[in-house]
Ligand binder design. Structure first.
Ligand code: GLY
Ligand code: MN
Ligand code: MN
Length: 431
């Protein structure tokens, strides 16, 4: 991605960080799966959003003085031996020349330099609560800065989570192009699996196929651990064991999305392992499908996040009543939350650099209204475990259908519609 966009985003902070204020953002640390076996490094999303810089243990300090942002970054220092073992480091010089920071230092200089950068500012913006050891450092640096300025006001500490999160909530054109590609890659992976899956395969075999299909199209990593759930495993919402056999006559629910150029996609499809829905599976599926379609239609300017939520709940209540799974007046059942035994999660979440992306869900006392550039998932589901108090014929059926929806000024675009969710189209693809 063109590095200028990251500098432009930093410069634009002058409209959201008040004058004489400073924003500190910490990058991710290297993480280890066991002993000294490192996971592939992944930069913290807000740090990436404002820097494009992908080395661990880095810190950014962005100061607004007279409506102009001065950017400072602390990075791992150049080190011949470490670079032989772990790879190239830009060092402070590279951070300035290649990433367009105004100032750059070795990250060993945090304690000696940051109090001076804070001194004289009125407000410090920082996302508290993500890393308590770093929270303590930030408080320590602020105390030192305050002590050095005994005769002026102390620096107000303000939580920055909403400030940066709400910038990320509205995607720019470059981000939208990447998200489209991310979604397309994942849609193609789902199609590939639908075309080839056979009874007797295992969940982990299917998981591996998704990862391969993502990687060969440019998404080396999944955006989150895939949920590959055969039969009743679909009723465990965060099922990630992915180690059972896939049986003839059962459904498989796959919630899997790749990460492309740091941006997530998030798709769930539920389809018959043998390519043909049973009568009961199809009846449940059609209720979820209707909820998915009607909730997607409600993602538009003029509506807020509760519109698709309510619509999905009402469609599911009515569908469960029609099938005799719930009994009573649909409106009363909806008001009583009777559907929550079968549809117990929210209809969606923001999507972007993180799969559960940053951005508020409320604006003041109101639910967040949809605005062009927002991307939300729409993912209603019905989950009927074997312990549910229903006719046996419904037991063990779990269905979720999840799409990624971009809000535009003219309506919305379903970024994941390439992979079918219409049951007859799924059966045709699998035949
Ligand atoms: N894949 C995570 C979610 O659907 O929220
Ligand atoms: Mn999701
Ligand atoms: Mn998902």
């Amino acid at each position: 991605m063109n590095k200028n966009i990251f500098k432009q985003r930093r410069d634009n902070l002058s409209s959201v960080i008040p004058n004489n204020s400073v924003l500190i953002i910490i990058g991710a640390e290297s993480r280890y799966r066991n002993a000294d076996s490192a996971y592939a490094f992944r930069q913290e999303s807000s740090f990436y959003y404002l820097s494009g810089f992908c080395e661990p243990s880095s810190v950014m300090v962005l100061a607004n003085k007279d409506n102009k942002i001065t950017s400072t970054i602390f990075v791992p220092k150049k080190d011949k031996v470490k670079e032989i073992w772990d790879g190239y480091r830009a060092g402070p010089e590279g951070a300035i020349s290649d990433y367009f920071f105004d100032n750059a230092f070795n990250n060993e200089e945090l304690d000696s330099k940051i109090p001076g950068l804070l001194q004289g500012n009125q407000k410090l913006f920082y996302s508290f609560g993500k890393d308590t050891s770093f929270d303590k450092k930030v408080i320590g640096w602020t105390n030192i800065a305050n002590a050095a300025e005994r005769h002026s006001k102390t620096i107000d500490m303000v939580d920055a989570t909403s400030l940066v999160g709400n910038l990320r909530l509205i995607k720019d054109d470059g981000e939208i192009e990447i998200l489209k590609k991310s979604c397309e890659i994942s849609a193609e992976a789902h199609i590939s699996v639908m075309k080839s899956i056979q009874p007797g395969q295992t969940e982990q075999e299917i998981e591996a196929q998704y990862l391969y299909e993502f990687a060969k199209r440019g998404s080396r990593f999944a955006a989150y651990t895939p949920i590959v759930a055969g039969g009743e495993n679909a009723c465990v919402l965060h099922y990630v064991e992915n180690n059972q056999s896939l049986n003839n006559g059962e459904l498989i629910l796959v919630d899997a999305g790749g990460e492309y150029e740091m941006y997530a996609s998030d798709i769930t499809r539920t389809f018959p392992v043998n390519g043909k829905f049973t009568k009961e599976q199809l009846e449940i599926y059609n209720v979820v499908y209707k909820a998915n379609q009607e909730a997607i239609n409600a993602v538009k300017v003029g509506n807020n996040i509760m519109d698709p939520q309510k619509i999905s709940e009402k469609v599911i209540v009515e569908g469960l009543v029609d099938l005799g799974i719930l009994n009573g007046d649909p409106e009363n059942l909806y008001e009583d939350g009777a559907h929550k035994d079968f549809y117990m999660h929210k209809v969606g979440h923001w999507l972007g650099l993180d799969v559960h992306d940053s951005g508020d869900y409320m604006e003041g006392d109101e639910f967040m209204s949809f605005k062009p550039g927002m991307v939300t998932t729409i993912e209603p589901g019905i989950y009927i475990s074997s312990s549910a108090d229903v006719d046996d014929k419904w037991k063990g059926i779990g269905v979720r259908i999840e799409d990624d929806i971009l809000v535009t000024s003219e309506g919305n675009i379903n970024l994941t519609e390439k992979v079918p969710s219409d049951p007859s189209e799924i059966e045709a693809l699998m035949s």
